[in-house]
Design a protein around this ligand. Sequence first.
Ligand SMILES: Nc1ccn([C@@H]2O[C@H](COP(=O)(O)OP(=O)(O)OP(=O)(O)O)[C@@H](O)[C@H]2O)c(=O)n1
Ligand SMILES: C[C@](O)(CO)[C@H](O)COP(=O)(O)O
Length: 391
Amino acid sequence: MKRLEKKVSAVLVAAGSSTRMGFDKLSFDLGGETVLHRSIRAFAQCPLVDEIILVAGSNRAFAQQQAADCAKPVCVVAGGATRAESAKNGVLAASGALVAVHDAARPFVSQQVITAALEAAARCGAAAPAVPVKDTIKAAVRGSGKTVPESCFVHATPDRSTLYAVQTPQCFDRAAYLAALEELDAEKARLVTDDCSLFELTGRPVQLTQGDYANLKITTREDLPRPEQKEEHKMRIGHGYDVHRLVEGRKLILGGVEVPFEKGLLGHSDADVLAHAVMDAVLGAAALGDIGQHFPDNDPAYSGADSLKLARRVAEILKEHGFRIENIDATLLCQRPKLAPHIPAMRRNLADAFGLPVDAVSVKATTEEHLGFTGEGLGIAAHAVALIETL
Ligand SMILES: Nc1ccn([C@@H]2O[C@H](COP(=O)(O)OP(=O)(O)OP(=O)(O)O)[C@@H](O)[C@H]2O)c(=O)n1
Ligand SMILES: C[C@](O)(CO)[C@H](O)COP(=O)(O)O
C-alpha cells in the first residue's frame, strides 16, 4: 500500500459511559478479544497509521493494558464529558497532519474502510465512511434513550434516496479541524454528534467514502454479536503460475532447495519457479497484484535475489493488509530431474518463509509425459493455489 505523504494519527475515542448498554461495552469479549482491543488492532495493522491516541475516561488502566501489545506508538489521554470533547482532546494530543477519529465502539472496521477515508481526507481535507440507510427515516420529537414517547407524530419523511448513515473513522486535516473548532461557537461544537459536522457547520467540504454495514457501533445489547454473528473471517482464493527456461550454467533452485541437475532455471532472480507461483497465488488471493509489480525484474535490487526472502516480504504484505494465509497447494511440472526426494525440504522452506505450519503447505510434482515444453525438458512450470482469510 502506498503510504500517504502526511503523518497520520488515529484517535480512538474510548471515554464513554456505556449508559445505553448498561455495562462496560468496550471490555465485552468478542471471542478471545475485547471490543477495545479489536479497535486498537484495526489501526495498529493499518500501514497508513503512524501513531494511536487513545482517549480514555475512568477506564484508563484498562485502556493502557489493552494497548500494551500494540506495535505502534500509543499515547493515552483523558476524555471529556461528551464524545465531541473527547475527540477534541484526542486531536489536540495528536502529532499527525492527518487525524482519523474512530469510535472505539466500532470494532469491526475494515482496512478498506480506514484506507478509503484516509486517502480521501488527504485529498480534500475531510472524509467519513458512509452507507446508504436501509430503513425509511421519520423526523419526529425524540424521547429519551431507546424509547418512543407516547404521542409521537411524524413531522416529515426525508427522501431516503439522499440519505446515508455515517460511520467512523472520520478523517481530517488536523489544522483544518482546529481552525473549524476556533470558528464555531464552543457550545455548538460540544453538541455535534459527529466530527464531520464541525467541517459542515463552518462551510468546509466533507467527502463520503464507502463504509461497511458490518462497521456497526456497539451501542445497545441488540448490537452485541450473537454466536452466529461472531466476526466473520472472509475466505479468498488465489492462483499463481510461473515458468522458467532450463539452461546450462545455472543452479536449479526450487522452493529454496538447490536440486542437483546439469541445468538450472534462467531468470533475473534465482528463478525459483515454485516460490514465484506460490507468491503470485498468495498476492492474487488478496488482489494485491503479482511479484512482477512488487519486485520488478528490471530492478537491480532483485538481481540473483533469493526468492524465499521475497516470499517473507509477501507474507508481511499480506499481514499488513489484514489477511492470514490458511494453506497453499502447488504443483511443479517437470520432466527431469526427479523431485520427490526434495519435496519435504521445499515444503519446510516455504512454510518457514510464509510463517505457516508444514502441513499447511503442499508441494507436488508431475511430468507431462514428454509432451509440451516441460515434457521436452526445455523448462519447468509451477501452478499454485492459496487460501487466505481476513484477520
Ligand atoms: N464522553 C464520551 C462519550 C463517548 N465517547 C466514545 O465515543 C464512542 C461513541 O459513543 P457511544 O457509543 O455513545 O458510547 P458511550 O458514550 O459509551 O455510550 P452511551 O452514550 O450509551 O453512554 C465510544 O467509543 C465512546 O467510548 C468518548 O470517548 N467520550
Ligand atoms: C460519530 C458517530 O459514530 C457517527 O455515526 C455517531 O454520531 C456517534 O454517536 P454517539 O451517540 O456519540 O455514539
